[in-house]
Design a protein around this ligand. Sequence first.
Ligand code: WT7
Length: 684
Amino acid sequence: PLLDYYGAQSKLFTMPGVGHVLTIFNQLCAELDARKHDIQSVMHETRRFAPSEAFVVAAAVDAERLQALHRHAAEDHVGFWAAQARTHLTWQRMFDHALDDSRAPHYQWFSGGLINASYNCLDRHLDTRGEQVAITFETDDAQVIRYTYAELHRQVCQLGNALRSLGIGKGDRVVLYLPMGPQAVIAMQACARIGAVHSAVFGGFSADSLKDRIEDAGARLVITADAAPRGGKRVDLKGAVDKALSNGGCASVERVLVYQRMDGCPMHPQRDLRWQDLVPSQPTHCEPEWVDAGHPLFLLYTSGSTGKPKGVQHSTGGYLLGATVTMQWVFDLKPGDVFWCTADVGWITGHSYVAYGPLANGIEQVMFEGVPTYPDGERFWRMIAAHKVSIFYTAPTAIRALMRLGDELPARHDLSSLRLLGTVGEPINPEAWLWYHRVIGGGRCPIVDTWWQTETGAMMIAPVPGAMPIKPGSCTRPLPGICIDIVDEDGVPVTQIGRGGLLVVTKPWPSMLSTIWGNDARYAETYFGRFGNSVYVAGDGAQRDEDGDVWILGRIDDVLNVSGHRLGTMEVESALAAHPRVAEAAVVGRPHDIKGEAILAFVVVRGEREHAIASGLQRELCGWVAEQLGAIARPDEVRLVDGLPKTRSGKIMRRLLRSIGAGQHLTQDTSTLENPAILDQLRG
Ligand code: WT7
């Protein structure tokens, strides 16, 4: 019955053969089922929007140029990337081999090359645009602070020297637990300058999450702030660091460097140092550490379907190339552009398109400390007008939230400086796309819907806006030098239009992750374990339409995407299971109008269920998870139940739970449930 159901109901997939229902395919079907509403509305959206003639005429990359790039890459994949690396990066010593694949899937890009990321982002601009604004920073309370390239360079050098004075050097890991702001960029650039490996942890993560990441990375230094103002509130940061380091935790950490952003915090006498005391007196010259192209630039922890978050490791040369050229292609960069990416520096988008890409390209960017709805829902639009932003890059969840507030809010502001809009992080529904296009872009700005991941380092599938038409909900085509395919569970390319499959990348690309920190086996297994060492499995489902454009269908594994933030269901489940009153828990995502996905947890309690309900345990558990993992992981709903639905072999039937969460009519066979009466409790 299951096969019939999907065969008949979901035309997106054709079953490969009866009795051949592999887990991953089941998951894919289930995921699609949960998203059927979205997908159908997406797939009915066939309108195309061509760039205006004015946009095309001025485009940095027009159709002809794009075709030439694609042709070059198709004829000589490695040679293409080598040419890009020679043109767009400044090398201390040129690389000998563009790609060494002798240890695949551990690909080595640009081996023999010596480079420094901070030199590429700062020093090389000093002669030509030292006095140009690099960062326009707007604080939570709307003060504006500008940093020129020369000023940023000076501060990065001083912090680099300060780190060296603490004995930090090449290869040492430095965890950054910092608010959104220039200091985060300065800290990343200073680490890069001295060859230290930064690992930024989003300020919304809890002390426990921070501790896990510090310990896995073996960091010697933590750079943090006393606290951060966000939406008029004080977000404590140093308190979480103190907690993470208490009771002998994080034994590798020798020092904590504290940037005082607000009213200060208790300082541990031997361990803690104030940025403001140490850094400003440092010399302003700091010799860059020239590192091999493959030297790790940073680690960034992200969630997978199993286990603890993994430290995605990025190389210096390949990563920087990806962040640099994709900006030129997708954001159509030109002198005079003011770029604003709203992502926090704690996420990959804040690395590639705040901390590195804009600086490597020598453009001006806006950084914002606060939230889109403080002091009111006009904040983004007011800022775009005030700073004359020309390129604006944000997440669908923000667009949906602001769309709700009505057209009048953006209409009060002069948004005519905008010429290009972008989205990232999750599929965008046509309604939000069309609103963004019409109301924010005034109908004249192309929208680049950019698909990529923490692991890919840079944008992979995205429009080149002056060279092609776009459609609401499609990220269109892979960029030059990026080879993707959509395959079935046997790895066979899906050729049928509108049929879904697994999104894979079939050739290595420079900004790909180098490995998972300290766990080469997990790297090989997670990304290349399925179809061999040359096929990277992204973890997303996708399909092509009749024009060959790609539509992302969402994750096919147990990874949640809540407001564009990536979370593993297992992480939330283990946090719940750590509560003394929880016997067992299962977590699924359910469709949410603004967040994309919301977290729904089913929990079996120890002791009386009725009593637990009466005592408000659901609420307590929501708070517990937020405390364990961070506010972004707070469940939207906890349902207390007497048992979880399991198969005869004892596996939790997540697919069933997803259908229940989505409020769908159940088509699954529930006769195997040990206790069918539980169904009513599951329905809540
Ligand atoms: C996952 C990666 C890449 C920066 C932010 C997220 C989803 C990302 C899109 C898009 C549909 C998207 C995918 C992907 N995703 N961009 N344009 N359309 N889905 O990075 O936290 O590593 O998450 O985000 O599911 O696998 P991340």
